[in-house]
Design a protein around this ligand. Structure first.
Ligand code: C2E
Ligand code: MG
Ligand code: MG
Length: 760
């Protein structure tokens, strides 16, 4: 119930009003009684005096001419007594004293009359005094009239007093009525307030029920003492899967999962208007686990202290949160620990084993040519292969060893408590052997090769030094051939640092124009005549001499530097092509190698156009070589670039064909004019039984597709003959010429570089 805060002061006010009215009534009644008492006394006195006067007058009328001494004395006595009564009414004590003095002073009637006149006394008493003093009974009439006037005055005063008293009574009565009316009104209002309060309470309970029942938020009400469930809404039934009657038969403790704890509530329950929060694990009727956040409100419901429990299902949120936490430390694809977790574990192990050099080792495992798998078979297959590899690794590591995925195709294994470096090497061997077994991905069997870098902890190495060293060893392993492991040696570090230095030097070398182009001729297989050249870059390093592209192109490809190298090569090659065109009768086509980075990054179209415009050479004379590995992975945007180049007349060649995961199946759609069969096949066509048919088949298929076929790295006459027999169009290799400078090449032109097979 809501109490009005103004009620006490109003009641105090009413009390004061009652007191005021009561005092007023009592005062009025007292005044009235006093006035009535004094009036009746005066009236009695004057009545007696009048009677006496009337007797005196009557006596004067009847016996005045001859009054006896006794009659006169009696008359005088009655007049004197009347005088006293009259005086009592008309004069106050001072006046009476004054009059008595006067009367005694002036003994003659004339003197006394003068004195009365001088005093302004025209009362009946003075008139009567004069009458009796000088025996002039005519004055008695005057005295009688004065007495009657006095009595009238007395009556008038009494009437005034009565009026005043009546007014007082009326006012008091009005006040009483007003107070009664007000009291009634207050009582009415109080009743109304009570009624309103009651209806507000009912409304509150009604809206509570509405809010409770219709609320999708699961809620129930319990008895805090017994934990019994008193009422429950639909939301709870939907969440917990109970019927209403089944739920009402429970106590809240029955909901708690076997491994969950009851909510921590304040001792003695939650007080009215207070709240308490808790996280609990509940079970649904079907037995499913529910993670619930509950808010317990203390309330009074239908006159009883209750707990209103609001349940908030956070099962999904917590699951997501746990997943996120797991994901923060695990790789989502393979489920292996990720780089962050690996680093933490490594730091922990490193700290624990400090002071024991070689006790801890990091193996960094890099899959060879994984990008080609992704590019040729698609990312889905690539992902599945990664999962298969991670399973293989996880199965191959021993207890206490941790395998993690630390990059795209990069894994790492942490070894602890080692006795010697040989143990780490043995583990690497084991892992390589495990990975070599073909992996089943869908319907395919795929083989994977890996390179492992091994680093064991040194005395002064930090955990991150260990990882960096393992990477350096892996890098060195790749350079020395793949499918192997390499143990970190400090000399490797120096090589890595040197590689970094080389990038900076190349940047400067490019600006200082230290790059040059050599040209290797391509000849017609049958006639042996030069039909074109391939531009191959060299770096004339100021201190190291001429550097091969294999040394610096991979470094340039790791940064945007390759774009600058390619741009320089294209421009330079186009200029050279124009010189030869202008000098020779037979034009030479110019082939230029373009990095995959350039296709991805764009800008190639503009670059080629500019070079063609500047030199004015026929676009058909320019051929861009893209390695098979780079070509297969290209997105639509890069293919569009290639198509537009071709539409402009520029030729496209696929370099090192056969080294990638064969793009034979995609050749039909690919914008290409020429296939260059890789040197590794050509070198084996005469000696090996497998490579020769592959080359023959590739040539046949390429010709079917209307493509030109170039064989790279032709070193022997036997190779030439085999290629000629199978219809290969052009040859390139040391058999004809190594890459040479422009002057040397110019000198070669004009004569056949190989003897003609035509007609042979
Ligand atoms: P590539 O385009 O396949 O070039 C052919 C490579 O084989 C050249 O090596 C060449 O000297 C070598 N070669 C030619 N005939 C024979 C032979 O009969 N026997 C043997 N053993 N080797 C032969 P080079 O010039 O060292 O180039 C290596 C690779 O560097 C090139 O392979 C190409 O992929 C890349 N490259 C060369 N110049 C450039 C360039 O200007 N830009 C880009 N992006 N890459 C280039
Ligand atoms: Mg090439
Ligand atoms: Mg090649």
């Amino acid at each position: 119930m809501v109490r009005s805060p103004t009620a006490p002061s109003r009641r105090r006010l009413d009390l004061w009003a009652w007191w005021g009215v009561a005092t007023l009534i009592v005062a009025t009644v007292l005044v009235l009684l006093t006035a009535l008492h004094s009036y009746s006394a005066d009236r009695d006195a004057t009545n007696a005096a009048l009677t006496d006067l009337r007797v005196a007058v009557t006596t004067e009328d009847t016996v005045w001419h001859e009054p006896s001494a006794a009659e006169f004395t009696r008359a005088r006595a009655s007049v004197t007594s009347a005088l006293g009564g009259i005086r009592a009414v008309s004069m106050d004590a001072a006046e009476r004293d004054h009059l008595t003095t006067l009367v005694d002073t002036y003994q003659s009637a004339a003197d006394r009359e003068m004195a009365y006149l001088a005093a302004g006394d025209t009362s009946a008493a003075s008139a009567y005094d004069l009458a009796t003093l000088d025996g002039d009974y005519a004055r008695l009439d005057t005295a009688l009239r004065a007495a009657v006037d006095d009595q009238a005055l007395l009556d008038q005063r009494a009437t005034t007093v009565a009026y005043v008293a009546s007014l007082g009574v009326v006012l008091a009565a009005a006040a009483v009525v007003a107070i009664l009316v007000r009291a009634a009104a207050t009582r009415g209002r109080r009743t109304a307030v009570l009624e309103i309060e009651a209806s507000a309470l009912a409304e509150r309970e009604r809206s509570f029920r509405l809010l409770f029942e219709g609320n999708p938020q699961p809620m129930w009400v319990t008895n805090p003492e017994t934990d019994e469930i008193l009422t429950v809404n639909e939301g709870v039934l939907a969440l917990y899967g109970y019927t209403r009657s089944a739920f009402l038969a429970l106590r809240t403790a029955d909901l708690i999962a076997e491994d969950g704890d009851p909510p921590m509530l304040p001792p003695g329950g939650v007080g009215e208007g207070e709240r308490s929060f808790a996280s609990v694990r509940h079970r649904t009727r079907a037995g499913a686990l529910l993670e619930v956040e509950i808010t317990v409100h203390g309330a009074v419901f239908e006159g009883h202290r209750v707990h209103v429990v609001l349940a908030h299902d956070v099962t999904e949120r917590l699951a997501l949160q746990r997943e996120l936490e797991h994901n923060a430390f695990h790789d989502t694809l393979t489920g292996l620990p990720n780089r962050a977790l690996f680093t933490t574990l490594l730091e922990h192990a490193h700290l624990r084993l400090r002071g024991r050099p070689g006790a801890c080792a990091v193996l960094v495992i890099d899959l060879d040519d994984f990008r080609t798998v992704n590019d040729s078979l698609g990312h889905d297959i690539g992902d599945q292969l990664l999962v298969a590899v991670s399973r293989r690794l996880a199965a191959a590591v021993r207890p206490g060893e941790t395998a993690a995925r630390v990059g795209g195709d990069e894994f790492a294994v942490l070894l602890e408590d080692l006795e010697s470096e040989a143990e780490a090497v043995a583990t690497a061997d084991r892992l390589l052997a495990a990975l070599r077994e073909p992996h089943r991905v869908g319907t395919r069997l795929l083989t994977v090769r890996a390179t492992i870098g091994i680093a064991t902890s040194g005395e002064r190495d930090s955990a991150s030094d260990l990882v960096r060293n393992a990477h350096t060893a892996r890098y060195a392993g790749k350079e020395r051939g793949r499918d192997r492991h390499e143990v970190f040696r400090h000399s490797m570090h120096a090589a890595a640092v040197e590689r970094l230095g080389l990038e900076q030097e190349l940047r400067e070398g490019l600006a200082r124009e230290e790059l040059i182009l050599l040209y290797q001729p391509k000849v017609d297989t049958m006639s042996g005549r030069a039909v074109g050249v391939e531009a191959l870059v060299r770096w004339l390093h100021p201190t190291r001499g001429m550097l091969s592209p294999d040394l610096f192109i991979p470094i340039a490809e790791q940064s945007s530097l390759i774009l600058e190298v390619d741009a320089w090569v294209i421009a330079r090659a186009c200029h050279q092509a124009r010189e030869w065109r202008d000098a020779a009768a037979t034009p030479l086509s110019m082939a230029v190698n373009v990095s995959a980075r350039h296709l991805e990054g764009g800008g190639l179209l503009e670059l080629v156009r500019r070079s063609l415009d500047e030199t004015g050479i026929d676009p058909g004379m320019l051929e861009l070589e893209i390695t098979e590995g780079a070509a297969v992975g290209q997105q639509e945007q890069a293919l569009t670039t290639l198509r537009r180049l071709r539409e402009g007349g520029v030729r496209i060649a696929i370099d090192d064909f056969g080294t990638g995961y064969s793009m034979l199946s995609r050749l039909q759609d690919f914008p290409v004019d020429t296939l260059k069969i890789d040197r590794s096949f050509v070198s084996k066509i005469v000696s090996a039984t497998t490579e020769a048919p592959i080359v023959a088949a590739t040539i046949a298929m390429a010709r079917d597709l209307g493509l030109e076929v170039v064989a790279e790295g032709v070193e022997t006459e036997a190779q030439r003959l085999y290629l000629a027999r199978h219809g290969c169009d052009l040859l390139q290799g040391y058999l004809i010429s190594p890459p040479v400078d422009p002057a040397q090449l110019t000198a070669m032109l004009g004569r056949p570089l190989l003897r003609s097979l035509v007609g042979a």
